[in-house]
Design a protein around this ligand. Structure first.
Ligand code: PEP
Ligand code: MG
Length: 949
């Protein structure tokens, strides 16, 4: 997003001619401290190369690549010339947006500009704007994020048994490639796919979306009623064009075909290319991507062809745009190394595409270098080696991180890299070349036969490997290295490593991921040269042991065989854990490197609930584990049967068990699962589900859906809007912050727009009518913030004569727990958000890839804060709930009960088991347990103590 301050905008300027206007533009950058004097001349140099006129009365003067030395800081200045200036290319300019940019940041600036200017009428509004605020408002609207759709969002030919499995796999894939988080996956798991017709189905959610994306999963063998399932991660309305294209395909009766064509063809159809179009691909080789000048050249070449030519990025949102529109082409934001796909129809299409592709290859007026010389390639020798460590002791429990519940007993299969041993040098170059050629041919044949036996996406990946192994340039590079005195193995690995590093050096993540495939291929050939076999998974069910699970492993994960997942690295929020949870596979992660030394075929018990594994278990342990698997199944069934009974301890202490919801439509399901109310309605998800702030009536009807499902006896605790931090709202832009979790979020942010909060409260009170509503504020740090927010509730209540409701705060910031006695006098209740409370107490970002495993809510420091909160609340006769993830942690439930918590609010599907767990406890024992636990020094000690119970 383009961030502008008022002093970046200068309105009502006049200029004698375009030179004067350009001089003013350069001076504005110098005056703002963005550039040195020399940059002014660079603007003229650039203009002499070609005009920077963009269209719609807008010019975007910027320097040449050589003038970057004059740029002090990246930034833009906007100069308005309401009377217009005749530009040197005959255009009339009313607005100059002049850019000073270091490196290729200007590409992002251009991209966001073109997205803004693309909107109808914005250019005119900018030229006639009468205040800097108006200009900033127009320009700082975040463009709708494009919806990602590429090879990585497709899962073709999965061995799925029904469409729910396809939906789950598609959601898990989106999570794995970083488009969504676990909230999204959980929401999808709760859904029934909606029929689109032609055996296509759709699941969609706006929860937990980091980058909008469209996943698509198909099965092999095909299912009788399902050709494929689309999984849409929505945010804003960026998905609309893509969905319109999908509907167009359905209208043309071409939907079902999508299940039968290759991933490339799926992308082509969804991009709007017609099935009879000619296509041609070419990689961008310009050092700074398709910035304005090469883009302009491309547009000119495309126009000269006299036919409609479309272009899209192979890795992106599969949106084919007109190659003759400058703003659209710049809007692609194509970077060096990215692949452009051109398409056109008709008799002259092939020739036209050849010309366009040649022009791109030639650099579009810029000097370009081949793609593989960007890396500081440094040969690394023999780096694929796995250093063996001692395996864990047999029949002994090895503790790690519980990542996905359930238990498995099966032989292990360790997916580990083999140890390649070879001579580094050889004086027989001809002989070494011969060996390398033979190994490459053998690898090719191996891959061919694997492809014959594999299906769906596995076959796709293997075909890509097949292409890579046949790449003549790789072989040539290997031969060259052999000519320098290296052995066939060392020469081949040098070629692979150099090429993989070049890919990794590219800014594009997808291309960087291809480097992993290149190394896979390299190892296959290396294995053949060294006579070392690569691991092939067994045909029987097994527990998969890996260092960590990466993207291409997912494609090869055969869910009918993988009974459990154990990884050496990763935490509870790592890809492996999330994926396992989504696929319902018991998993233990972060067990350390020793597990990689386990021998294949040895039996193992994996306990995904307690986070431990037992290699080579004794018969006795095995019997116990089998029994516990049967018991768990029974417990789950029993808990479900008793879901409508209260959760009362053996000594008659009742704990209320409620559900956490992000979507009011799920309230009915929560009641069906035994929830005694809603303990946390994350209302921000309702806001995120709308492209603009939902108005009063929309909110009333959304909230009413939950109240209607809950009736008069079940309360609903609505948390007011909690955006900021990890939950952005696209129509409420927040200035860039270094630490968003410590910045404008929760109630702090809401209080900056009291009218939004007031509308929300009015909607809640109106929808509730006489049903039990409780309102709470998020991220409160002290009583002053509570009073400010509560004043709004009081005002609205008086205004609409609404009945009195309970008003409380979330305890998520340690200051609030420490000051709970001062708050308890004023609030009606507390609800402890252990996710944030743990994050802020332990100073660990809750989403941190390496540290989040340590962000354990059972840390004694967090437990002390919970106790302080409960004691303070009970002293004033207030109640306390826990609505963070800790409330559904089986080990934590007795501790929370023992600390005196009155209510637990958990994911709806956990309600029956949490209730059942409480029924097993006695309050007296739990209190004693909590007292003991509070004396312990670390979370690990707490977990150990609870383990021994
Ligand atoms: C929490 O922080 O524990 C909580 C329930 O709020 P959220 O997870 O929505 O931030
Ligand atoms: Mg929170």
């Amino acid at each position: 997003m383009l961030t502008l301050t008022q002093d970046a905008v200068s309105l009502g300027r006049t200029a004698t001619d375009w030179r004067d206007a350009l001089t003013q533009a350069g001076q504005s950058l110098v005056d703002a401290g963005l550039a040195e004097e020399g940059y002014r001349d660079a603007l003229f140099d650039r203009e002499n190369q070609s005009s920077t006129y963009l269209g719609n009365g807008i010019a975007i003067p910027h320097g040449t690549q050589d003038s970057r030395q004059y740029v002090k800081k990246t930034g833009v200045r906007l100069l308005q010339f309401p009377g217009g200036v005749d530009w040197h290319d005959g255009a009339r300019v009313t607005l100059i947006i002049t850019i000073a940019a270091q490196s290729d940041e200007h590409l992002d600036i251009l991209r966001s500009l073109t997205h803004v200017l693309d909107r109808d009428g914005v250019a005119d509004q900018l030229s006639s704007a009468s205040s800097p605020e108006a200009v900033i408002n127009l320009l700082s609207k975040e463009p709708a994020l494009p919806t990602r759709l590429d090879q990585d969002t497709l899962l073709v030919g999965l061995p799925a048994r029904d469409r729910l499995e396809l939906a789950t796999a598609a959601a898990a894939r989106l999570r794995q490639i970083g488009c969504v988080d676990e909230l999204f996956v959980a929401d999808i798991l709760d859904q029934t796919p909606v029929a689109l017709g032609q055996k296509l189905w759709l699941v969609r959610s706006r929860h937990g979306v980091k980058q909008p994306a469209l996943g698509f999963a198909t099965s092999q063998p095909p299912l009788s009623d399902t050709a494929g399932v689309f999984c849409l991660a929505e945010h804003g309305d960026g998905h609309v064009p893509l969905m319109e294209r999908l509907i167009g395909l359905l209208e043309d009766g071409k939907g079902e075909e999508l299940a039968r064509v290759s991933p490339q063809q799926i992308l082509a159809r969804l991009s709007g290319e017609s099935s009879d179009a000619e296509t041609a691909k070419v990689r961008v080789r310009n050092a700074h991507g398709l910035h304005a000048r090469p883009a302009k050249q491309l547009v000119q070449v495309a126009r000269e062809q006299g036919i409609e030519i479309k272009v899209r990025l192979m890795e992106g949102d599969a949106n084919a745009v007109s190659a003759t529109s400058l703003t659209k082409v710049i809007g692609l934001g194509a970077r060096r190394g990215q692949m452009l796909v051109f398409s056109a129809r008709g008799a002259t299409a092939a020739a036209a595409l050849d010309t366009v592709v040649e022009a791109v290859r030639g650099g579009l007026g810029e000097v370009v270098t081949p793609l593989d010389d960007t890396s500081a390639a440094r040969p690394s020798r023999n780096k694929t080696r796995y250093t063996p460590v001692e395996p864990p002791a047999p029949d002994t429990a090895l503790a790690a991180v519980a990542a996905s519940p359930g238990m498995a007993i099966a032989p292990v299969f360790v997916m580990r890299l083999p140890d390649f041993k070879y001579e580094e040098h050889s004086s027989d170059a001809a002989g070494e070349r011969e060996r390398l050629s033979t190994a490459i041919d053998q690898a090719h044949r191996q891959l061919e036969s694997l492809i014959d036996h594999a299906g769906g996406e596995v076959a796709e990946i293997l075909s890509m490997h097949e292409e890579m192994v046949q790449d003549p340039e790789l072989k040539e590079a290997g031969f060259e290295a052999i000519g320098e005195g290296l052995s066939a193995e060392a020469g081949w690995w040098k070629a692979i490593d150099t090429s993989a590093r070049a890919q990794e050096a590219l800014a594009d993540r997808l291309l960087a991921e291809r480097a992993a495939d290149l190394r896979d291929v390299g190892r296959r050939v290396l294995g053949l040269l060294c006579g070392v076999e690569l691991p092939e998974p067994p045909a029987h069910p097994y527990i998969l042991v890996m260092e960590d699970v990466g993207p291409s492993d997912v494609a090869q994960l055969d869910t009918s065989k993988v009974k459990g997942l154990l990884t050496a690295k990763g935490g509870a929020t790592s890809h492996s854990a999330i994926l396992a949870r989504a696929l319902g596979i018991p998993a233990v992660v972060g067990a350390g490197d020793t597990v990689l030394a386990l021998a294949n075929g040895q039996d193992m018990i994996l306990d995904g609930e307690r986070g431990r594994v037992i290699p080579q278990p004794s018969q006795e342990r095995r019997d116990r584990a089998e029994l516990s698997i049967r018991e768990r199944d029974q417990r789950e069934r029993k808990a479900y049967d008793a879901r409508f009974e209260s959760a009362v301890t053996t000594d008659s202490h009742r704990i209320e068990v409620c559900a956490n919801l992000g979507n009011t439509a799920h309230a009915k399901d929560a009641v069906e699962r035994g929830a005694e109310g809603v303990g946390l309605l994350r209302t921000e998800f309702i806001f995120m589900a709308h492209p603009d702030a939902p108005d009063l009536d929309t909110q009333i009807s959304e909230y009413r859906e939950a109240f209607d499902a809950l009736g008069h006896d079940r309360p609903l605790v609505a948390r007011t809007l909690d955006v900021g931090g990890d939950k952005p709202l696209d129509y409420w832009p927040i200035p860039q912050e270094d630490n968003p979790f410590l910045g404008l979020r929760g109630i702090r942010l809401a209080l900056t727009r009291p009218e939004v909060l007031e509308t929300q409260i009015r909607a809640l009170l109106t929808a509730a009518d006489d049903r039990p509503l409780r309102i709470m504020f998020p991220m409160v740090k002290d009583v002053a913030e509570f009073h400010a927010a509560k004043a709004i509730v009081d005002r609205v209540q008086q205004d609409i004569k609404a009945p009195d409701v309970q008003v409380g705060v979330m305890i998520e910031i340690p200051s609030c727990a420490i000051l709970a006695p001062t708050l308890a006098k004023h609030v009606d209740f507390f609800s402890i958000g252990t996710n944030d409370l743990t994050q802020y107490t332990l100073a660990i970002d809750r989403g941190h890839s390496q540290l989040s495993a340590q962000a354990d809510g059972l840390h004694p420091a967090v437990l002390h804060l919970i106790k302080m909160t409960v004691d303070a609340a009970h002293a004033e006769g207030r109640w306390v709930g826990v609505c963070g993830e800790l409330a559904s942690d089986a080990q934590a439930v007795p501790v929370l009960v023992g600390l005196g918590v009155d209510e637990l609010s958990v994911a709806a599907r956990q309600v029956p088991m949490v209730k059942a767990r409480i029924r097993e406890l006695s309050m007296a024992d739990s209190t004693q347990l909590a007292e003991r636990i509070l004396m312990l020094p670390t979370a690990a000690d707490v977990r150990d103590a609870l383990e021994d119970m």
